[in-house]
Design a protein around this ligand. Structure first.
Ligand SMILES: [Zn+2]
Length: 84
């Protein structure tokens, strides 16, 4: 499942708005894909971190184990900057 995050803002005297570096931390709130439990706190995802997935399914930038149902949720950050 791909979730897109769109940001729009009015900028004055700024040509572009973009994350700087692979260690840029996106703080987001996540929801378990199995039971729907929502995280109370902000958790960050960054391209810099890579966690191997169980069963040789590659790797993800974030792996969270749900406290309620125990499912491991994973997320990969895909960045694309839209030019104005
Ligand atoms: Zn869950």
């Amino acid at each position: 499942m791909k979730v897109s995050l769109q940001i729009s803002c009015d900028l004055e005297n700024i040509a572009a708005l973009s994350p700087v570096g692979e260690d840029f931390r996106w703080y987001l709130k996540f929801k378990c894909q199995s039971c729907g439990d929502k995280s109370e706190k902000w958790q960050y995802i960054t391209q810099e971190e890579s966690v191997p997935l169980k069963g040789g399914r590659g790797s993800a930038n974030l792996v969270i184990k749900c406290k309620l149902c125990g499912r491991e949720n994973s997320a990969v950050l895909l960045l694309r900057q839209k030019e104005r």
